[in-house]
Design a protein around this ligand. Structure first.
Ligand code: ASN
Length: 304
C-alpha cells in the first residue's frame, strides 16, 4: 500500500493525530453533557442538499432507502429524547468527479453532527469555538511529535472569532468570498445570516428579518476553507412546508419529517463539523484524502 517507510510513517503520524482529534472531541462533548448516538446509515429520507450531488439509494424490503447525506432530520427528532446529542456520522455524497481537485471533498466522509434542544445560534457558536480550542490544544499536547514530523506549527486561536454577515463578506471579498476570506484571515472566522435562497430549507428564517437565516459557517484560516456549518432549525410544520415549497421540492418526499413535525419537534440548533477537514487543517495537508487510510476520492476507483 505504501512504497516507502517514509510514506508509511507519514500516514501513521496523520492517523495518530486523527485518532487524538476524535478522542478530544468526545471528551469535550461528554463534559458538556452530550449523549453520543450511533449513526444512521440508511433512511427513507435524508438531507436534500442544494448542490448537485447524485442520489445514492438502495432498495430493501420493498422500499427505497437513502444513504445518509447528513443526519439533520434524525438530529431534530433525537433532541426530543435527549437534550444534547452528537454522532460521528458517515455521509455518502456522490459528488462530481472534478471535485477531487478541491482538496476538501471525499464522497464518503465523517461529520461530527450535533444538536441542542432549545439551543440558539449564538450558544452553538460559543460551543463551536470552545470545541475547536479544546481539540487543537489537546492535539498539540498529545501529538507534538507527530505535528513536528509533519512540519506543522499549529496555532491555537483566541476567542471570540471574528464574524461577518454573508452580505458583508460578499461586499468585501467578492463572490468567492469563502476562498478569499479563508486565505486572508489568521484565525477561524464566522459567516452568519445567509440569505434564504442559498441554503437548505431546514435552517430557520429569522422571524424579525424575513429572508435572513439564523445560521452560520465557520471557515478555517490559511485557505483551508469551511470547517463547520449549522444553525437554528425550522421546527413548526407549517413553516417547514412553506420552506420546502419555496425551494420547489416535492412535499411528498418529506412526508416523514412533516409527520414528525405535526406530532411536535422541539426547537433546536446544531452544526456538523467534517472530521477529515479538521484533521487536514490540524496536520496542514493539501488534500483530505491524506487523512484516511481508505479514502473515497470523487471520480477515483479503489482496490479495497
Ligand atoms: N450537519 C449540517 C447541519 O447540522 C447539515 C449538513 O451537513 N448539510 O446543519
Amino acid at each position: 500500500m505504501f512504497v516507502s517507510d517514509r510514506e508509511r510513517e507519514r500516514k501513521a503520524a496523520i492517523l495518530k493525530v486523527g485518532s487524538e482529534v476524535i478522542w478530544a472531541a468526545r471528551e469535550f462533548l461528554q463534559n458538556e453533557g452530550f449523549v453520543e448516538l450511533l449513526p444512521v446509515i440508511v433512511a427513507p429520507l435524508t438531507d436534500p442538499l442544494r448542490h448537485n450531488t447524485d442520489r445514492a439509494v438502495i432498495e430493501a424490503y420493498g422500499g427505497h432507502w437513502h444513504l445518509t447525506r447528513s443526519m439533520i432530520f434524525h438530529k431534530q427528532a433525537a433532541v426530543s429524547v435527549c437534550a444534547k446529542i452528537f454522532s460521528f456520522s458517515p455521509n455518502i455524497r456522490v459528488e462530481p468527479p472534478d471535485w477531487k481537485e478541491t482538496g476538501r471533498h471525499l464522497w464518503e466522509f465523517v461529520q461530527l453532527d450535533l444538536e441542542v434542544r432549545n439551543g440558539s445560534r449564538e450558544e452553538l457558536m460559543d460551543l463551536g469555538e470552545r470545541f475547536l480550542v479544546h481539540v487543537l490544544s489537546r492535539v498539540k499536547e498529545q501529538c507534538w511529535a507527530e505535528l513536528e514530523a509533519l512540519g506543522r506549527e499549529l496555532p491555537v486561536p483566541k476567542r471570540p472569532f471574528p464574524a461577518f454577515t454573508y452580505h458583508e463578506a460578499r461586499r468585501r471579498f467578492g463572490e468567492v468570498f469563502e476562498v478569499k476570506l479563508s486565505q486572508e484571515v489568521e484565525t477561524p472566522v464566522w459567516i452568519i445570516d445567509f440569505p434564504i435562497d442559498v441554503r437548505e430549507f431546514y435552517d430557520r428564517e429569522d422571524p424579525k428579518r424575513p429572508g435572513i437565516l439564523l445560521d452560520m459557517d465557520l471557515l478555517y484560516p490559511e485557505g483551508y476553507g469551511e470547517a463547520l456549518s449549522g444553525g437554528e432549525r425550522e421546527y413548526l410544520p407549517e413553516r417547514i412546508r412553506k420552506r420546502i415549497e419555496l425551494q420547489g421540492l416535492d412535499l411528498a418526499q418529506f412526508q416523514g419529517l412533516l409527520a414528525l413535525a405535526e406530532k411536535g419537534l422541539p426547537p433546536s440548533a446544531g452544526f456538523g463539523i467534517g472530521i477529515e477537514r479538521l484533521v487536514r487543517y490540524v496536520c496542514g495537508l493539501p488534500h483530505v484524502a491524506e487523512t484516511r487510510l481508505f479514502p473515497r476520492v470523487p471520480g477515483e476507483l479503489s482496490l479495497i
